[in-house]
Design a protein. Structure first.
Length: 192
């Protein structure tokens, strides 16, 4: 089995050990929690924006896409969902605090760098096979992780889903983020 397929298929579960470690080392007082909350909100907002354009295809366990999405946030960055995830987890680390906050932050960023490098490699290989030159042009004009300031002009004129439909699709992520933050609050309040 290609290790990239493993990380893609189980991408919702592979961060669980990291989340447990963040919760375990959470501590009070923490002067960075407000910055962390800001990053979680911004990261989830990016995810909601991206899901509104990509739809439920973002939840599949097999690599592929019925169509190339290059509208909305996808006209600025090829992987807005992963950008949102990295911002949220950075925010969670800042909310939780740690005796060695910068080490925890570094571990988190290294984990996601490795995971997303593997996943993006597989996704791009697959999308190139599916969409050929169209995908290659998209890839040449849209960065993988650091967003463009101005959206790349292209022919994708799709409109976003309604907020209600988007939130329904994004429900699991919202539940997981809430569970992690509640666990951090319980940890620092009852098990100092």
């Amino acid at each position: 089995m290609d290790i990239r397929n493993f990380f893609f298929k189980y991408r919702s579960f592979t961060p669980i050990p990291l989340a447990v470690m963040i919760i375990y080392f959470a501590q009070r007082p923490n002067p960075y929690w407000l910055y962390g909350l800001f990053l979680v909100v911004v990261g989830e907002s990016i995810r909601i924006w991206a899901v509104s354009y990509a739809g439920g295809e973002t939840r599949t366990r097999t690599v592929g896409a019925p169509a190339l999405c290059s509208a909305g946030p996808f006209a600025r960055v090829r992987n807005p969902l992963y950008v949102g995830n990295m911002m949220m987890y950075t925010g969670i680390v800042l909310i939780a605090g740690s005796p060695s906050l910068w080490s925890m932050l570094l571990i988190t960023l290294i984990f996601f760098y490795i995971q997303y490098s593997l996943i993006v490699s597989l996704e791009e290989e697959t999308l190139l096979a599916l969409f050929g030159d169209t995908y290659e042009t998209y890839r040449e004009n849209t960065p993988a992780i650091i967003p463009r300031f101005k959206a790349w002009p292209n022919d994708d004129i799709r409109l976003p889903m309604s907020l209600g439909k988007t939130l329904k699709t994004e429900k699991r992520t919202l539940q997981n983020i809430s569970l992690i933050i509640i666990s951090i609050l319980i940890r620092v309040s009852y098990f100092p």
